[in-house]
Design a protein around this ligand. Structure first.
Ligand SMILES: Nc1ncnc2c1ncn2[C@@H]1O[C@H](COP(=O)(O)OP(=O)(O)OP(=O)(O)O)[C@@H](O)[C@H]1O
Length: 223
């Protein structure tokens, strides 16, 4: 897959520090990244190397202490939360380990809610999306009634609900069996082929194998 010339997602020299008492951790130390439309980038690295911190900054869920994030030509970092929320809803789908499902809504209604946030967007009907992610049979279930693998599939359906230009996924296949992993990977590839820029944090070789580029973080820097 060849990336387009203009990146859909960019980070420039990202820094993020965490302070706990006397101790300071430099979770990100000048991380740059450009991801083009249709490109899939896998981010690997040991525990504590900064992968989740990077994804949080790329999603606008966390603010970097230095550097900038740009999505679809708009600066995402160092903007009020309300504006970051708007940019996220328009351009970014997120699959996080902590889950992206609202507990009081069924799987189907979680998808429908996300789609209602940006009404003008062309998109796949919820039922079709749930079938493609292999979770249609649990459409009426609440998140707490799902197994880990089912929750992963439902989470991907929600992340893809608005046909986002950027998909950020933290270990999306962490809790699924081999067959489900193949199915989710096929879906990620399909989205990338339709033009989505995908960044996936993973320890899985199968996931890294389908990526166009595999980047490795260590101590908050690319190695
Ligand atoms: N909110 C926080 N407060 C203090 N330190 C933090 C915070 N979040 C992350 N860190 C520290 O920043 C570093 C990077 O953490 P991060 O979660 O990004 O790593 P990771 O590569 O995703 O790890 P894992 O593979 O174990 O999920 C770690 O040393 C972690 O302890």
């Amino acid at each position: 897959m060849t990336a387009s010339v203009t990146p859909v997602l960019s980070s420039r020299s990202l820094y993020r520090f965490f302070r706990a008492g006397e101790e300071e951790t430099c979770a990100l130390q000048g991380v740059g990244l450009d991801v083009g439309a249709g490109e899939t980038v896998a981010v690997t690295g040991p525990s504590g190397s900064g992968k989740t911190t990077l994804l949080n900054c790329l999603a606008g869920l966390d603010e970097p202490d230095g550097g900038a994030v740009t999505v679809a030509g708009e600066r995402l970092s160092h903007r009020p939360e309300r504006e970051r929320g708007r940019i996220r809803a328009q351009h970014i789908g997120i699959v996080f380990q902590s889950g992206n499902l609202l507990e009081h809504l069924t799987v189907r209604d979680n998808v429908a809610l996300v789609q209602s946030l940006v009404p003008a967007r062309p998109r796949v009907p919820p039922q079709v999306l749930l079938e493609r992610t292999g979770i249609a049979h649990r459409a009426g279930a609440l998140p707490r009634q799902l197994s880990g693998g089912e929750a992963a599939r439902a989470g991907l359906a929600v992340a893809l609900a608005n046909t986002p230009g950027v998909l950020l996924a933290d270990e999306p296949t962490g809790e699924v069996d081999g067959e489900t992993e193949r199915r989710l990977l096929a879906l990620l590839r399909e989205r990338a082929e339709e033009g989505t820029a995908v960044v996936v944090v993973t320890h899985s070789r199968a996931v890294a194998a389908v990526a166009d580029r595999v980047l490795r973080l260590r101590d908050g820097r690319w190695t």
